[in-house]
Design a protein around this ligand. Structure first.
Ligand code: ARG
Length: 407
């Protein structure tokens, strides 16, 4: 009888290569690997594909999903100005759902009853994989070899690989745990585990040190159409191309680094460093355009929902009904978010220096302190009388009863 199949999310690294053997021997499964290209730094996807086969996979697939990742996932991130805990632009939390979507598709295509990932038992990514798969297809079972096996130390894992004919490579293990995609890079572990240690210079790859950044500022105009970046300095580009180009521009000016303590869903506080030169710049630009174009009540309400959206995505609920409903709300706010934002990068900073839109709600004839003012100042007095009435009634009552200031 043919063995049952499992689709493994495969990176080509030592962990997921050992997972192939482990799933074959411990779970008696045929392994199909899927390496999803979300714009991470890889040497050679063809080499990764072959490595899976050499490690025992019956089929090894590579999917380039960068356009889809940008168009169906990062557009939603931008519409939501997604920042977990008001600061983390969700980069790993955004790539997991697109990987999950393709894992489930391949499982259906090959009739696999199982899906597997190489996450440890301490992070958020295991939650995102498993909750994501269960939401898309609750009949699929998820396996987490790295969480289950007892290859606890690196030497044990290397010995396991060598004993099973898995190429270990000449690699000294990278002292950090790195996850990266189009949107940016996440760096943790090693000396970063002491929150007092300053991040060593060698953790950064896409952002220049401010000391080495050019002395002259660099200006770029980002064009948006219906909330999605569509040009740089007037030249039309796909969203994917805008992200890639801005990563270079913002990165060489030393903009886009984060170093923070973050609260994982599993309850652990962790020290995380990120670099997202393009992503952070685009969020700044997008917010600036919303400031210009969204009506006040809508903007304020949206800000509250952005916070909730970011939490849902961080917590692995990308495919949940609430998250989808919030996407629909945000989408309804982006239709006329068309215009241009001028950004100036300089020595680690990104500053909005100009904004314009055919749908701008900024009305100079109302705002001006110069000639041409059409704002009716006299109506302000009546407005203030009414606006302050509840608190004035309260203050008057307390004064009369000798209870000034008492709530
Ligand atoms: N703490 C971030 C998150 O949970 C980044 C995780 C990065 N993953 C990794 N394997 N280094 O989204």
């Amino acid at each position: 009888m043919a063995r049952e199949k499992v689709v493994l999310a495969y990176s080509g690294g030592l962990d997921t290569s050992c997972c192939i053997k482990w799933l074959m021997t411990e779970k008696n499964l045929d392994v199909i690997t899927l390496c999803v290209n979300v714009g991470q730094e890889t040497d050679d996807l063809e080499a990764i594909r072959k490595k899976a086969l050499a490690s025992g996979a019956i089929e090894s697939l590579v999917a380039d999903v960068r356009e889809e990742f940008a168009n169906d996932f990062l557009t939603k991130e931008l519409a939501a100005n997604g920042l977990y805990e008001n600061k983390y632009p969700l980069l790993s939390a955004l790539s997991r759902p697109v990987i999950v979507k393709h894992l489930v598709e391949v499982a259906h295509q090959y009739g696999a009853a199982y899906v597997a990932h190489g996450c440890t038992g301490k992070g958020n990514d295991q939650v995102r994989f498993e909750v994501g798969v269960q939401t898309l297809d609750p009949t699929i079972q998820v396996l987490a070899p790295v969480r289950e096996w007892d290859l606890l130390t690196r030497p044990q894992e290397i010995a396991y690989a060598q004993a099973n004919g898995i190429e270990v490579g000449a690699t000294k293990k990278n002292p950090y745990s790195i996850d990266d995609n189009l949107w940016g890079r996440a760096i943790e572990c090693g000396v970063l585990e002491d929150p007092w240690n300053e991040p060593p210079a060698d953790i950064w790859k896409t952002t220049a040190d401010v000391a080495d950044a050019p002395d002259e500022p660099e200006t770029v105009v980002v064009g948006f159409e219906a909330g999605v970046p569509c040009s740089l300095d007037g030249e039309r580009k796909s969203f994917l191309d805008v992200i890639e180009a801005l990563n270079v521009i913002a990165g060489r000016n030393g903009y886009g680094r984060l170093d923070q303590i973050e609260n994982r869903l599993v309850g652990i506080k962790s020290r995380e460093c990120y670099e997202l030169p393009g992503g952070l710049a685009l969020i700044e630009a997008h917010k600036a355009l919303e400031d210009l174009c969204l009506e006040r009540d809508l903007l304020h309400y949206k800000l509250n929902l952005e916070h909730k959206w970011s939490e849902l995505v961080y917590d692995g609920l990308w495919f949940s009904p609430l998250k989808q409903a919030l996407d629909a709300f945000f989408a309804s706010t982006q239709g006329l978010l068309t215009g241009e934002i001028r950004l100036r990068f300089w020595k680690g900073t990104c500053t909005v220096t100009g904004r314009r839109s055919a749908y701008s709600l900024y009305d100079k004839s109302i705002a001006t302190y110069d000639e041409g003012d059409t704002f009716d100042r006299n109506s302000a007095a009546g407005f203030i009388y009414q606006w302050g009435l509840p608190t004035r009634v309260w203050a008057t009552q307390r004064l009369a009863t000798g209870t000034e200031g008492r709530i």
